[in-house]
Design a protein around this ligand. Sequence first.
Ligand code: CAA
Length: 396
Amino acid sequence: MQAGLESLGIAVPPTYVELAELAKARGVAPGKYVDGLGVTRMAVPLVEEDTVTLAARAARMAMEAAGCTAEDVGMLVVGTETAVDHSKPVSSYVQGLLGLTTRCRVFETKHACYGGTAALLLAMDWVRSGSAKGKKALIICSDIARYGVGTPGEPTQGAGAVALLVSDQPKLLAFETGKTGAYAKDVMDFWRPLYSKDAVVDGHYSVQCYLDALEGAYKAYQEAAEDAGGEGMYSDRFAALVYHVPYGKMSRKAHRHIRTLDGDKEPDASFDRLVGPSLMLPSQVGNIYTGSMYLALASLLSCSREDLTGKRVGLFSYGSGSCAEFFSAVVQPEAQARVKALGLENLLEKRRALSIPEYEAIMAAREKLDDKPAEETAGEGFRYQGTRDHKRIYAR
Ligand code: CAA
């Protein structure tokens, strides 16, 4: 049975920071952030927003786009590395907000930025096996990326969610069965200890780990696809390559690496053609961890001027720690028109710019968000603080 992406939805906070402004405030040349890292704007969530509200809003867009009702969904998985509770999954809160039925498998997955991909691959096998019995899987990648004020990672923050509706009616993308290459290795490149709100990262090492994983997954994909050899460069079999995008420059490094492996003497020459359109939306949002590669995919389908119908797209998902996967899908007729109709570029244009002091105040307030309440305010307040506002924020 065919399995693929029937629709998608995106949610971003209504506010962002201009990276040129942030650079000035940090005494750094704006070119370092904008050109050196390849990010123009970074989404910053207001204090009231969390991974639950982002996830639910993205899911609503994906469901509305497909005319999908709550009864149609048989599986809901949220991939996140910035959950709101040590035990209760984000997916349960989202199930409540979306009004999904009790006849639904609902859970959360975590593996850094790979958590959503793990869920997506599982959902595809669920559909292909026939176990879904015509139901759809809602896979949501939702995160708030936070490194902390003044750290090297600060300009690579972001926030947002991407919802993927997976079914036997792939109106956007049909994933190629068996064509996946995985690579996993125990490394300490990026992590977030239980005591910390901010991620800890060995920045330059994390870039190397990403590239090692890309190489391993790309080679594993070629073995799985059993189509090595032949004429031309292997990566030219793809009409586009969509990489995990912690920041735009990382995609350039990734592409350069793949093309060098292919034997290309001018590894940057194909970058604009094969990768450029996938970076247009991410450059306005920043890193959204689990959703980053899927935002890049949405960007490709929304912004590419080329007719991609019937063409193959290569996808590379990387989660620090690490696990990575290179897999592929074929673009379906009308997919680009359907994604364009979501108005994603307009959604980003409508946001409000925060001043640097406003952004810093939000960061400071978020730092305190999940602190255990004082004894006298325990009781109602002892529940997760964001929960009480979920319905109001989601209702907007
Ligand atoms: N004009 C133009 N470019 C400039 C410039 C200027 N004025 N000044 C510097 N640059 C360029 C540099 O040459 C460099 O480019 P190259 O990488 O091509 O050499 C780029 O700007 C960045 O400069 P630095 O390497 O000096 O920057 P840094 O040391 O401050 O930190 C970083 C960069 C390591 C990416 C840091 O932002 C970081 O730690 N980010 C978080 C970790 C991360 O995103 N890692 C990615 C791989 S892991 C992953 O993908 C999982 C995940 O989502 C986290």
